[in-house]
Write a protein that binds this ligand. Structure first.
Ligand SMILES: Cc1ncc(COP(=O)(O)O)c(C=O)c1O
Ligand SMILES: Nc1c(O)cccc1C(=O)C[C@H](N)C(=O)O
Length: 462
């Protein structure tokens, strides 16, 4: 039976090590200084957990006592030679894939290039890359450089889909229409599962189906989706996907990445940038001169993975497994994010999204629906979709008036009160209650502190 809410609260508070208010430099009374801070920043970096810490210490000790032997003989059965096998089944479960469709390797951007090298095969008729506008910059750089590599001008080859005028997120029907319209000229459709800036969860299954119907390859950047929302990449017929593990998978800064390649490609797609870790493990250490790829995603491995990075991921994935993986976690996540949203919307500084016209935003104004202009008055709206099915854990708060100092000052005040989110300039603060370690109390506290931050701002303006 999956653990209940209260059991989870207790268990998870024991598993994670969160910075205290003092650690993060919050300016709070002494009696609150050593309490854990309100950490709502797992969309950027998940916190440390005790299992990862213990596993890391074990591997350091084994390194100290066995050195090179640790590759082949390991007191806990985690021979370094096969270390990725400890996490592959868990990653496969998280993304909805078979084990051979998944590889724990490298880093997100490097894996994205590897996958584009394998899957982006532009022709004169079909050469475009369709992606969301304002994709994470590393992805934009990767797309543009891949287009250039094939001799295309990124301005012509890359189709960035932007929200309608006055809107902040994409409509499913618009995405479908664009794929249908541009389909014959599109080589690759690649979106992020959850958009890093707005927190929008794209309809992954529908986009994949539409892309495939047009004969396009469909890939996904799952940086903000893995460990955040349930997925079924195999059943959805996704061609490839890449991810990092330092966000919702809590593997630590710069943690090891991963990729997915659908099994249907197993016999027709050979790794072009081969390395010895993609070679058949049965003969890898015999060091034969000719490459013989592991069938499936793992054939794309190049180097031996960092053992320290891999066990750090393993510790967190063991917690995922213990709580029942994404089923119970998504349920908890929906509850937490709705709680945060509900409390934020009660704020007197909250402005409903439909009252914020993008045109006015551009001019640095904020218009109320009734026609009155509340020019210059500080406030915020939530640009993440209201429909829980169209978002993960994250809420993105847009501060008003735009391009003012409101966001920066609120962010500073939140930090001083022990609330850790992150700022994305010019006007957004992302707040993410992650179901593995956040509580309803965190959501309540964040909303109260936001209110306090605004009050401080208003007082200072008087
Ligand atoms: C959506 C997205 N893509 C790519 C990256 C870059 O990842 P990495 O630095 O691990 O390559 C990030 C985060 O930094 C991201 O959020
Ligand atoms: N990887 C990061 C880092 O080393 C420092 C600061 C931020 C990051 C991030 O991952 C940013 C993240 N992708 C984002 O969504 O903004």
């Amino acid at each position: 039976m999956p653990p209940q809410w209260c059991d989870l609260n207790v268990m998870l508070s024991r598993e994670f090590i969160l910075p205290s208010n003092r650690d993060i430099g919050a300016k709070l009374p002494e009696e609150n200084a050593d309490q854990r801070c309100t950490y709502l920043c797992g969309n950027s970096l998940g916190p440390l957990n005790k299992r990862s810490k213990a596993l890391l210490q074990e591997e350091l000790d084994i390194w100290g006592t066995r050195a090179v032997e640790g590759h082949f003989a390991h007191p806990y059965g985690r021979q370094w030679m096969n270390i990725a096998d400890t996490v592959t089944p868990l990653l496969a479960e998280l993304v909805g894939a078979s084990e051979k469709e998944v590889a724990c390797m490298g880093t997100l951007t490097a894996n994205l290039h590897l996958m584009m090298a394998a899957f982006y095969k532009p022709t004169a008729q079909r050469f475009k890359i369709l992606c969301e506008g304002r994709a994470f910059p590393s992805d934009q750089y990767a797309f543009a450089s891949q287009a250039r590599l094939h001799g295309y001008d990124p301005n012509e080859a890359i189709v960035e889909m932007c929200p309608r005028q006055g809107e902040f997120t994409l409509r499913e029907s618009d995405i479908m229409d664009l794929i249908a319209k541009e389909g014959p000229s599109i080589s690759l459709v690649i979106f992020s599962g959850v958009q890093y800036y707005t927190g929008q969860l794209f309809p992954m299954k529908a986009i994949t189906t539409a892309a495939k119907a047009q004969g396009c390859v469909c890939g996904w950047d799952l940086a903000h989706a893995i460990g955040n929302v349930p997925m079924a990449l195999h059943d959805w017929d996704v061609d490839f996907a890449v991810w990092c593990s330092y966000k919702y998978l809590n593997s630590g800064p710069g943690g090891i990445g991963g990729l997915f390649v659908h099994e249907k490609w197993e016999n027709s797609l050979l790794p072009q940038y081969a390395g010895w870790w993609g070679h058949d493990p049965a003969t890898r250490f015999a060091m034969p001169p000719r490459f013989s790829a592991i069938p499936g995603a793992q054939g794309f491995q190049q180097s031996n993975p960092s053992v320290l990075a891999t066990v750090s991921l393993l510790g967190s994935l063991q917690i995922f497994k213990e709580v029942g993986m994404m089923g119970p976690l998504r349920k908890r996540s929906l509850r937490l994010t709705s709680e945060l949203e509900m409390r934020l919307m009660k704020s007197r500084f909250y402005v409903p999204i439909n009252e914020v016209s993008a045109q006015c935003l551009l001019q640095g104004e904020m218009n109320a629906k009734d026609g009155t202009t509340r020019q210059g008055q500080p406030g915020f709206t939530i640009i993440t979709p209201r429909d829980p099915e169209s978002r993960g854990s994250q809420l993105s708060l847009l501060f008003l008036p735009p391009n003012s100092d409101v966001m920066g000052r609120v962010f500073g005040a939140l930090s001083a009160m022990g609330v850790v989110g992150d700022e994305r300039r010019p006007d957004v603060i992302r707040l993410t209650p992650a179901p593995l370690y956040s509580t309803l109390g965190d959501c309540e506290r964040a909303a109260l502190c936001l209110e306090e931050a605004f009050k401080g701002l208003m007082k200072a303006k008087l």
